[in-house]
Unconditional design. Structure first.
Length: 415
């Protein structure tokens, strides 16, 4: 919903959404005062007016009251300009009739209602113009009915009181329109606040859904990257133990011990994930983690070598951990799926970015986009992308695979 301005438009035109309804008690109160004053004058005056004049006087005021009721029932919010102009003309005629039939002269006060009601329908300029017209009519009436009226204090006093009534009527209309505009602005503001609250509620629900989805994806990556790799390491060590069981029992026993260590590491990874969720995780060293990973995976059927260089300071723990998880995934794919005999892991932390390269001599990846080759590769790409890095995979059937992962240094990423 878009709000529109509620101030008066140029030329004094009220905006279309302003209620445009005059203060409801002003006209009936004035009609009642004029009726009471006229009837009282008829009752106590020195000269009794003819009954026909009284009848015209009362009927005119009753017709004016009927017009008020009819307008309010027909136009509950705002009287359109066409009907408002017709009603103003009808009121002007009735004011003249009532004033002519009122010997007390109090009915002249009715004319102040013309600019008052016009302010709500047509704006300030039209109201001021009608006030001038009413003042001109009164001056013309005095000039016809009482030549030389301007030297008569009573007529001059009546004229000044009429001018004062016009000023008060226009001022009251301006205040009433301003109050209506303020109320309309407040209603629009409340509507906007309510709509904004509704939108925020929808956004909060959407954020909650996205957060839940992100958390599910993160947990899935953690399970695949940590538990899966440690179980792979345990399987490699058990294969090594099986291969050396008859030829070299001490080596087989060491392999079984390494398998138990891998299982313990899997449990430690679970505990580490819990501590990370609580904000209790300790510092992470990429070189140490890679050395331990390579030591566990270096077995009888494959040989894994590691090269590390550079300073890890200045890198986010999340970025370094993304490199570590990428190394886990690449090593698992090389040893479990590609049947690689030799795997080389190289990690370099430079001044601008850290680079991890894992190369194997395995069977390579099947033809097609590498991102579609399993959950692990998709998880690797998602994790590295969250760290602001990139993943590149080159592979050729029968000639091995090379996985290259880069993540930016903290200062470089912040520029």
């Amino acid at each position: 919903m878009t709000s529109s301005p509620t101030a008066l438009a140029p030329g004094g035109e009220p905006p279309s959404h302003v209620s445009g309804r005059p203060v409801p008690w002003v006209a009936p109160l004035l009609y009642a005062a004029v009726l009471a004053g006229g009837l009282y004058y008829d009752a106590v005056g020195a000269v009794s007016p003819p009954p026909s004049g009284v009848a015209v006087f009362v009927a005119g005021l009753a017709t004016l009251a009927g017009l008020e009721v009819l307008e309010r029932r027909r136009y509950r919010v705002r009287t359109p300009k066409g009907p408002a102009a017709a009603l103003a003309g009808a009121r002007l005629i009735l004011f003249v009739v009532v004033t002519a039939a009122d010997p007390a002269g109090l009915s002249r006060a009715l004319f102040v209602l013309l600019p008052f009601t016009a302010y709500f329908a047509f704006g300030r300029r039209v109201a001021v113009a009608l006030a001038a017209v009413c003042l001109g009519l009164l001056v013309a009436w005095f000039s016809i009915a009482a030549p030389g009226w301007y030297v008569n204090a009573a007529y001059v006093s009546d004229l000044l009181m009429f001018v004062l009534g016009l000023v008060l009527a226009v001022s009251m209309a301006a205040v009433a329109v301003g109050e209506q505009e303020s109320r309309t602005r407040l209603e629009h503001a409340l509507d906007e606040v309510e709509e904004s609250h509704t939108r925020l509620s929808r956004y909060a629900e959407r954020v909650a859904e996205l957060t839940a989805a992100e958390e599910r994806n993160r947990v899935a990556r953690e399970i695949h990257d940590s538990l899966g790799h440690h179980l792979t390491a345990a399987a490699v060590q058990m294969e090594k133990a099986e291969a050396f069981l008859d030829r070299d029992r001490p080596t087989a026993e060491r392999a079984l011990a390494d398998a138990r260590t891998s299982a313990a590491r899997a449990l430690e990874e679970v505990r580490h994930s819990v501590r990370a969720l609580r904000g209790e995780a300790g510092p992470f060293r990429l070189s140490e983690a890679l050395a331990e990973l390579v030591r566990r995976l270096d077995g009888a059927r494959s040989h894994v070598t590691l090269e590390t260089a550079g300073d890890e300071s200045g890198y986010d723990a999340a970025a370094l951990r993304a490199l570590y998880r990428a190394a886990q995934e690449a090593l698992t794919n090389a040893l479990r799926h590609a049947a690689a005999g030799r795997v080389t892991v190289s990690a370099t932390c430079g001044d601008v970015e850290a680079r991890l390269v894992v190369t194997d001599d395995g069977t390579g990846l099947p033809p097609g986009p590498w991102e579609e080759r399993g959950v692990g590769l998709r998880g690797m790409r998602e994790r590295v992308r969250l760290a602001g890095g990139a993943v590149a995979v080159t592979s050729e059937a029968g000639r091995g695979t090379t996985v290259t992962v880069t993540v930016p240094r903290r200062s470089a990423a912040g520029r």
